[in-house]
Design a protein around this ligand. Structure first.
Ligand SMILES: Nc1ncnc2c1ncn2[C@@H]1O[C@H](COP(=O)(O)OP(=O)(O)O)[C@@H](O)[C@H]1O
Ligand SMILES: [Mg+2]
Length: 252
């Protein structure tokens, strides 16, 4: 039986109110304007997708939210607090976890050790054991591979591990960068089923995807990014029916 809240530190933002506000974000790489004033909102309890072609600025947006890069202009507010005053670790402490593009698991550590590292921000053995059980329920394939080195897992299994490791921190907001990238279609379905389950348990999610179909099918709302700008935004179900979106992003 559950003894702890699914997030380590429940947000003070009420359900349905903006948990994350990204306002007029501008990021440059040298002379390149990667983000030209991106504004996004994620309400507590939502799954929001950020879609767009390669190079649109999706990863840059997530990295700026997670404080891994400094925007030239704009503001990121999480749970009512401007994150500019926080470093990346402090932001994890406050409940924001990022699963980066390319996953970044430790190949020479076992699955179990990788998961344990995810819980660095809370060392209570009982909560850790409970969260461990949650992760195994989400990803039974990981449960079967606890003693295996992470480097021996398939790409899809490493993605599951990376998400599992982030869940171990019991985040209030989970940021996912292209969880479907380079992964077999069947595992993509498993991963998105797990993402929906994580959301159902009370974690708010912002997921970046090039796979528009699966992203729109698993989110409530979505933003379409093109060359550093928000081109469209709306209810995912409606965007999926939109002829323009279908033509440009759904191959139809
Ligand atoms: N470290 C970097 N140095 C220079 N340019 C970069 C860097 N990272 C990304 N870019 C450029 O910024 C733009 C947005 O990149 P990115 O955010 O990675 O897009 P996406 O994740 O949507 O594919 C692209 O034009 C990309 O080439
Ligand atoms: Mg990217």
């Amino acid at each position: 039986m559950r003894t702890a809240h699914p997030t380590r530190q429940p947000p003070s933002t009420p359900e349905g109110q903006p948990l994350l506000q990204v306002q007029d974000l501008r990021v440059n790489y040298g002379g390149i304007e990667a983000l030209k004033g991106v504004s996004i909102e994620v309400r507590r309890g939502e799954v929001v997708a950020l879609i767009g072609a390669n190079g649109a600025g999706k990863t840059t947006t997530l990295r700026a939210i997670a404080r891994l890069l400094q925007p030239r202009q704009g503001r990121v507010v999480f749970d009512g607090q401007d994150v500019a005053s926080l470093g990346p670790e402090a932001l994890v402490e406050r409940g924001v976890s990022l699963v980066p593009e390319g996953r970044g698991v430790f190949p020479n550590l076992t699955v179990r050790e990788n998961l344990e590292l995810g819980a660095w921000n809370h060392r209570s053995p009982s909560i850790m054991a409970e969260t461990f059980e949650d992760v195994v329920q989400l990803f039974p394939r990981l449960g079967e591979r606890m003693k295996q080195d992470a480097g021996t897992l398939s790409g899809g299994e490493q993605q599951m591990l990376a998400i599992g490791r982030a869940v171990m921190a019991r985040p209030a907001l989970l940021l996912l960068d292209e969880p479907s990238l380079g992964i077999a279609p069947k595992l993509v379905m498993d991963i998105f089923r797990a993402i929906r389950a994580i959301a159902a348990s009370g974690t708010t999610i912002l997921v970046v995807e090039q796979n528009t179909r699966v992203a729109l099918g698993s989110s409530q709302r979505a933003y379409v990014l093109r060359t550093g700008e928000v081109l469209r935004q709306g209810v995912s179900r409606e965007l999926a029916q939109d002829p323009e979106i279908q033509k440009a992003y759904l191959g139809g």
